[in-house]
Design a protein around this ligand. Structure first.
Ligand code: GLC
Length: 484
C-alpha cells in the first residue's frame, strides 16, 4: 500500500514534542511491513544543515492561499526506506520558531494545500493520506471536498490521528474564503464551523475516512465533556470510526543496551550498571553521590497538561520530609520554570532543575534515575513513561489516557505491576503514591522485580504499525469485515 504522511514536525529533522517522535518512527515501521511510505513536512529554517545538504530539489508548483498564489518548492531525501519531501517556502517556514505566529492559520492552510499539490507534482498517488493534529487536518477536508473530484485523487482515502485534542487550530470565519479558498457555505456546523469559528481539527474529524488517537483510553475519554475539549459531540458523531492505537518508542534510539549517550550499558540482567549511570548523573548535576538514595526525575514540557500543579503543591513537603533527590529537565510555562528554579535554590542538596532541553542529558536522566514522575491531567499517549519503563526508571503516573494503558500499579499480593498509579487529580493522592513507591524502593528484591517487569516488556512500534495497517486496509476496502 502507498501511504503519504503529512505532518508538521518529524524527527530527526525537527521536533517540538512527541508528535515528531511518532512521525519519525511510524513511517519506518510501516515501511518494514512492506508499505511504500512518503512523508511531507515543512522545510523549516530550524532543520540542521547536515540534512538540508542532502535534500534535492525535485519539483515546484504554485499553491493557492485564498486569492494569492504562493511558491512551493519540493525537496526530496530518502532514508531508511522512507521518502521525505520537504515543502519549501521561505516566507512561511523561515521563522524563529515552528509555531506560535500570528499567521499560523495561513501557514498551515498553505501547507495543507501544498501537500495535495505536491503529491501530484512528484507523483505520489497514495492509497492513504495520513495526517496528524490540526496543522494537517485540513488536508483531510480539502481532499474530500475538493481534490477527490480530480482523477489523480479520486481513490485516495484519508486517516487523521489526534495526538492532542487541546490544540485545534481555531480561526475567524473569513479564513474559509480568504485562506482556504472555499465558498462561505463551508462555514457551517456540519462542516468547518465550531462555536462561531473555523476549526481545522473539527474539519478533519468530519472529513477523514477514519480517525485514530494515540491510546485506547484517550479514545474513550475524548468522547466525554471533561476530555473532549468541546469536540466530544463531533467525535461521538464519528464514534464508530474512531480507534485508539498506542504509540511505541523507537527502541533502537531509546535502548539502555546500546545508548551512546549513557555511561554504562545495561539490561534487566545487568542492573548493577544502572547504578553507574546514577552516580555519573549525580556527579554531573552536582548532587551528593549516593547509591542508597531514591532519585526521582521528570523529563517533560513544563505545562499544566503534565500535572505540574500537583507537583508544585506537594514537592516542598516531600523534599522536607523524605531523603530523596529530584531532577527536572524541561521548558515551558514560566510559572513552573520559576517554581523549579526556586526549589533548586531552597533544597540545594536535593533538587536540580535544568530549564532547557538536552537530548543526551535526557537519556542520562532516564538511565540514572530510580523513579519517573508523570502525573498528567490528561495524556493522549505519553512517551516519557515508555522510555522510563524501558530504562528501568519506575513510573509514578496518574491513571489517564496512555498512562493508564501502559503503567500498571504494583500489587504486593500478586507481585505484579510495572509502576505506581493514582486516579483522582489530587496533589495528596500523588504524594501518597510517591510515598508508597518509596516504601517498596527500600525493599531491594521487590524493587528489582518491578524493574524487571518494566524492562522486559515490548514497547516497540511493531504491534502498533500492524494496527494502523489494519485501519488502512479497512478504509481502502471499506469492508467492515477487516476490522471485526
Ligand atoms: C502529544 C501528546 C502525547 C503523545 C504525543 C505523541 O504530544 O500530548 O501524549 O504521546 O502527542 O502522540
Amino acid at each position: 500500500m502507498k501511504v503519504l504522511f503529512a505532518v508538521s514536525e518529524c524527527t530527526p529533522f525537527v521536533k517540538s514534542g512527541g508528535l515528531a517522535d511518532v512521525a519519525g518512527a511510524l513511517p519506518k515501521a510501516l515501511a518494514r511491513l512492506g508499505n511504500e511510505v512518503a512523508v511531507m513536512l515543512p522545510k523549516y529554517s530550524q532543520i540542521p544543515e547536515r540534512w538540508k545538504k542532502r535534500m534535492r530539489k525535485m519539483a515546484k508548483c504554485t499553491v493557492a492561499v485564498g486569492w494569492r498564489q504562493q511558491y512551493c518548492g519540493i525537496e526530496h531525501m530518502a532514508e531508511d526506506d522512507v521518502n521525505y519531501y520537504f515543502i519549501d517556502n521561505e516566507y512561511y517556514f523561515n521563522r524563529d520558531s515552528l509555531y506560535g505566529h500570528y499567521d499560523d492559520g495561513e501557514r498551515f492552510a498553505f501547507f495543507s494545500r501544498a501537500v495535495l499539490e505536491a503529491a501530484k507534482a512528484v507523483n505520489v498517488q497514495a492509497d492513504i493520506v495520513h495526517t496528524h493534529d490540526w496543522h494537517t487536518a485540513m488536508v483531510n477536508y480539502l481532499l474530500k471536498e475538493e481534490y477527490r473530484k480530480h482523477p489523480f485523487y479520486e481513490q485516495m482515502k484519508s486517516v487523521l490521528t489526534i495526538h492532542n485534542l487541546q490544540f485545534q487550530g481555531i480561526f475567524p470565519p473569513d479564513v474559509t474564503h480568504d485562506l482556504l479558498g472555499l465558498e462561505m457555505d463551508h462555514f457551517h456546523y456540519e462542516r468547518l464551523e465550531c462555536n462561531g469559528f473555523v476549526n481545522f481539527m473539527k474539519a478533519g474529524i468530519i472529513a477523514a475516512d477514519h480517525v485514530t488517537t494515540v491510546s485506547p483510553t484517550y479514545r474513550n475519554e475524548i468522547l466525554t465533556p471533561y476530555y473532549g475539549e468541546q469536540l466530544e459531540q463531533v467525535l461521538r458523531y464519528r464514534e464508530n470510526d474512531v480507534t485508539g492505537i498506542l504509540n511505541g518508542i523507537d527502541d533502537s534510539f531509546y535502548q539502555p543496551k546500546s545508548d551512546p549517550y549513557i555511561e554504562a550499558h545495561y539490561d534487566s540482567e545487568h542492573l548493577a550498571n544502572k547504578e553507574e549511570n546514577k552516580t555519573k548523573l549525580q556527579r554531573r548535576m552536582g548532587l551528593p553521590e549516593r547509591h542508597d538514595i531514591p532519585l526521582i526525575s521528570m523529563v517533560t514540557r513544563l505545562t499544566k497538561q503534565k500535572g505540574l500543579d500537583l507537583v508544585r503543591r506537594i514537592m516542598h513537603e516531600l523534599l522536607e520530609e523524605q531523603d530523596i533527590q529530584l531532577i527536572v529537565l524541561g521548558t515551558g510555562e514560566r510559572e513552573f520554570e520559576d517554581y523549579f528554579r526556586y526549589a533548586e535554590f531552597a533544597f540545594h542538596e536535593k533538587c536540580r532543575a535544568y530549564i532547557g532541553f538536552d537530548e543526551p542529558l535526557a537519556h542520562q536522566i532516564y538511565a540514572g534515575s530510580d523513579l519517573f514522575l508523570m502525573p498528567s491531567k490528561f495524556e493522549p499517549c505519553g512517551l516519557g513513561q515508555l522510555i522510563a519503563l524501558q530504562y528501568g526508571a519506575i513510573p509514578i503516573v496518574r491513571e489517564t489516557g496512555g498512562l493508564y494503558d501502559t503503567v500498571r500499579s504494583y500489587q504486593e499480593e500478586e507481585g505484579t505491576g510495572n509502576g505506581f498509579t493514582f486516579s483522582a487529580f489530587n496533589a495528596h493522592d500523588l504524594k501518597f503514591t510517591i510515598e508508597r513507591a518509596l516504601s517498596f524502593y527500600r525493599q531491594k528484591d521487590v524493587w528489582k522485580s518491578i524493574m524487571k517487569t518494566a524492562m522486559n516488556a515490548d514497547y516497540s512500534w511493531e504491534q502498533s504499525a500492524k494496527e494502523y495497517q489494519r485501519i488502512f486496509e479497512h478504509v481502502t476496502r471499506s469492508g467492515r469485515d477487516v476490522l471485526e
